[in-house]
Design a protein around this ligand. Sequence first.
Ligand code: VGL
Ligand code: ZN
Length: 197
Amino acid sequence: MSSSLFGAGIALLVIDVQNDFADPAGALAVQGGDEVVRRVNHLVGEARAARSPVFYTQDWHPADTAHFDKHGGEWPVHCVAGTWGAELHPDLLVAGPSVHKGINDGEDGYSGFSVRDPASGSAGSTGLAEQLRSDGVEQVVIAGLATDYCVKATALDAVDLGLGAIVVRDAVAAVDLEAGDGDRALDELAAAGVVLA
Ligand code: VGL
Ligand code: ZN
């Protein structure tokens, strides 16, 4: 028997199911990304059946940003605004608006909720929290990529914002720069009050 995670006041957040993460040919391909697409699609179907709103995020970087290793950052070039790698995976069911993040030079854009100004360090909003609030959302179900970066940052921000947060373990996958990063991220989330479903 399976019961839906969705219903009134609950939204699904689909994090960064983009070609560069989810397609094996992507610049930052995450192992198991294609399986995540299938699992996320199942959740989208459940959310729609329960009339829960669905929101998407997309990593959406400038071609030159301090987020990339060639400019001192941590990552190969990925999810450059307007390119194939930044597009949502073609098999993903899209049933709601998408929030772009990491759009300015140096912004890491890990969280779907907040942006950190790289110069001042001050935090701003992507607008997602405001959209959720106006939809009466009190709890978010989070799935997508990647467990150890954007899923983690988004779930921690959700808790900070006073939202209930559930991460669906079989609908996320990790970059795992170091073996075990994904599992450690899930432990951190559980310790912060995120429910692992
Ligand atoms: C992400 C690394 C760099 C993510 C984004 O979506 O988890 N990871 N940029
Ligand atoms: Zn990025």
